[in-house]
Design a protein around this ligand. Sequence first.
Ligand SMILES: [Zn+2]
Length: 80
Amino acid sequence: MSPIGTDRISRWDQHGREHVVRVRRRGVRRTISCETCGWHRGAPLAPWPKAVEHLAGAHQATVDPAGPRRPSRRAAVDRL
Ligand SMILES: [Zn+2]
């Protein structure tokens, strides 16, 4: 993944709404938080898989705006 954009993970749901999970760095630790529902948790290693998992699981948001617009749930998860 490119370093640019790693602090913001966005996915669209089936209704075209954007859901964003932000990554905050505190020293060596990272915290990810969802702007839609306030969900947050620590992500010491790779924040992406947990963020994508939350977006897909909690908001059914699996469409990557930067990627191919395919309404496939598996694609977004399998890539990580
Ligand atoms: Zn959420």
